[in-house]
Design a binder for this molecule. Structure first.
Ligand SMILES: Nc1ncnc2c1ncn2[C@@H]1O[C@H](COP(=O)(O)OP(=O)(O)OP(=O)(O)O)[C@@H](O)[C@H]1O
Ligand SMILES: [Mg+2]
Length: 246
């Protein structure tokens, strides 16, 4: 059972550049943490290290006090799973695209997961036998995002990792996805990365990552007035106000 994730002084270098410069972070069971940072600050890199998909240049990742390296790929996958920035869709039937997440899932389970991800209407016009096209070119960006979410729902990991799962979705789909994720992550541990405030509202704690270093951490009320999180919130407010004026 997942109890605790610890990142100890994580450094990551690629092509002679230091992308992560000594990241320390602890996430306990049941916590919901967002990592907030500008584009290129190292968020995706950090998530990939947490999942053991990238090896840090130095430092350790511990799960339940044990080095991540001592876990098998299967053990990690059954504990933690990530919804990525742009999930791959295979030119195979919808069913196969979900069986990837859980090879022994029944059609009923698959349909249930698709509905939980907000694809009830989509299923009215499509069947599980429908082929989704080369890299999903026969579905929309919003449908892709929700198919990816239904994969995560089928996997049902204890530690849920989200990396900007709302790329290419409109505001209505965004609202429905956020609501569905909120239901899904109840009683789970969540680490999320997003630039969208709707997604960020799912977190209780916010970690600011700037150029590979954590500069602030805490609840929104605990952040300083010049915290990047507050700057992002202000920028969004100003953009909305400007739109309303015009
Ligand atoms: N293998 C690599 N070789 C060289 N540079 C890399 C490599 N992987 C990532 N980078 C660089 O590391 C930096 C951090 O990348 P990362 O994808 O972690 O950013 P991010 O915070 O997730 O950004 P975004 O918000 O745009 O998704 C970027 O400048 C990126 O170009
Ligand atoms: Mg990223």
């Amino acid at each position: 059972m997942f109890e605790r994730l610890e990142l100890q002084n994580i450094h990551y270098e690629a092509s002679d550049r230091e992308i992560l410069k000594g990241v320390n972070l602890e996430v306990k069971r049941g916590e919901r943490v967002a990592i907030v940072g500008r584009s290129g600050s190292g968020k995706t890199t950090l998530l990939r290290i947490i999942l053991g998909l990238l090896e840090p240049s130095s430092g350790s990742v511990l799960i339940n006090g044990k080095d991540l390296k001592s876990y098998s790929r299967e053990e990690i996958c059954s504990m933690a799973s990530m919804l990525s920035q742009r999930s791959h869709i295979f030119s195979r039937p919808l069913r196969d695209n979900l069986l990837l997440a859980k090879p022994d899932a029944s059609d009923e389970e698959i349909v249930e997961a698709l509905k939980k991800a907000g694809l009830e209407d989509f299923l009215k016009n499509r069947s599980l036998d429908d082929v989704l096209g080369e890299d999903g070119n026969l579905i929309s960006g919003g449908e892709r995002a929700r198919i990816a979410l239904s994969r995560l729902i089928l996997r049902d990991p204890e530690l849920v990792i989200l990396d900007e799962p709302l790329e290419g979705v409109d505001k209505e789909v965004e609202m429905s996805i956020v609501k569905n994720i909120e239901k899904f992550v109840k009683n789970k541990t969540l680490i999320l990365v997003s630039h969208r405030l709707s997604m960020l509202s799912l977190a209780e704690e916010y970690v600011i990552l700037e150029e590979g270093i954590i500069t602030e951490k805490g609840k929104l009320s605990e952040h300083s007035s010049d915290s990047l999180l507050k700057k992002f919130i202000d920028a969004e407010k100003k953009m909305t106000e400007k739109f309303m004026e015009e």
